[in-house]
Write a protein that binds this ligand. Structure first.
Ligand code: C5P
Length: 294
């Protein structure tokens, strides 16, 4: 085996309850996370040191890149003397609230595990993932899960029925830490019942899913970046199930069928930003994301 290819999928939060600030500065969450078909392609091959190449000028290629950090932690833990060349073909927009950096890190953990035949258990991979960032453990496991703690504690949830997602990424980014820091007492309200939501997933109740999506962080992001609210309002005039992704600024609408989603995508004014059509993904797709090649 000379290299591995990994598809690293983006995520949306169908529910994101931010429950309050903890003593360690992080916020306690309960969130239903869902992987979607929008993904980056990563190629990993043995090399000297850690070398990252990426087809996006704004993505760092040093330790600020979660993929670099993942490689470094694995090399240290498993005493890998040489290193890896990681080539990232970026399709997931950056600073978007879609866990683009986190999913690349999860992909590097999975890919290096295969490339170097490390035979890591899920728990061993998880221990590395949680050191990198709150969303990395979900990206490792997916495709549908309840995330608690600061987002790093993952319990698998029943697979989400197939749904279509139209995403709009405005032409500016959002700093996650800033959104959390701006959370005020009154914003920690309107908490959704995740048990009920999980039951709806088990019953493949698409109507329930579409009418109960919620994100507590929206109020904070809207206050800091009023344009995001403007775009959400536009989405809501034209679609029924609409939410902000993570800490934003991406806004998405969920549809039961592809035609409806395509129709909606085609009317979004170009000046609002870049649009994407994706679908929720199954456990099988997640299981097939790492591929060895010569
Ligand atoms: O863990 P991650 O690097 O994704 O988090 C980025 C920043 O977002 C953290 O440094 C923290 O300020 C904030 N955050 C938080 N509560 C969470 C997750 C993130 O306050 N549950």
């Amino acid at each position: 085996m000379k290299k591995v290819k990994v598809k690293t999928y983006a995520k949306i939060n169908l529910v994101l309850n931010c429950l309050g600030k903890r003593e360690d500065g992080y916020h306690e969450l309960s969130s239903i996370m869902q992987a979607i078909s929008l993904h980056d392609n990563i190629n990993i091959a043995p090399a000297e040191g850690i070398e990252i190449t990426v087809n996006h000028p704004k993505v760092p290629t040093d330790e600020k890149n979660f993929a670099y950090l993942a490689a470094k932690l694995i090399m240290e833990k498993y005493k890998i003397i040489n290193g890896v060349k990681i080539d990232i073909d970026k399709c997931i927009p950056i600073e978007a609230g879609l866990a683009g950096g986190s999913t690349n890190a999860a992909g590097v953990i999975l890919g290096m595990n295969k490339l170097f035949k490390l035979n890591m258990t899920l728990k061993e991979m998880y221990n590395i993932a949680e050191k990198i960032g709150s969303d990395v453990p979900f990206c490792l496991e997916g495709p549908t899960a309840l995330a608690t703690g600061r987002g790093e504690k993952i319990i698998s949830a029943p697979e989400c029925p197939s749904l279509w997602v139209v995403l709009l990424k405005p032409d500016f980014g959002v700093k996650t830490a800033k959104v959390y820091q701006n959370m005020k007492e009154y914003m920690f309200k309107d908490i959704k019942n995740t048990d009920e939501f999980i039951e709806a997933l088990a019953k493949c109740d698409k109507d329930y899913i579409l009418s109960n999506m919620a994100n507590t962080l929206e109020k904070s992001t809207f206050e800091l970046y009023p344009k995001v609210k403007e775009y959400k309002d536009y989405f809501m005039e034209n679609a029924s199930a609409v939410l902000m992704a993570g800490s934003g600024p991406t806004i998405f609408a969920v549809f039961k069928n592809k035609e409806e989603a395509e129709r909606f995508k085609s009317i979004i004014p170009e000046e609002y930003g870049k649009t994407y059509l994706a679908s929720t993904i199954s456990n099988q797709i997640v299981q097939e994301r790492v591929e060895a090649s010569d």
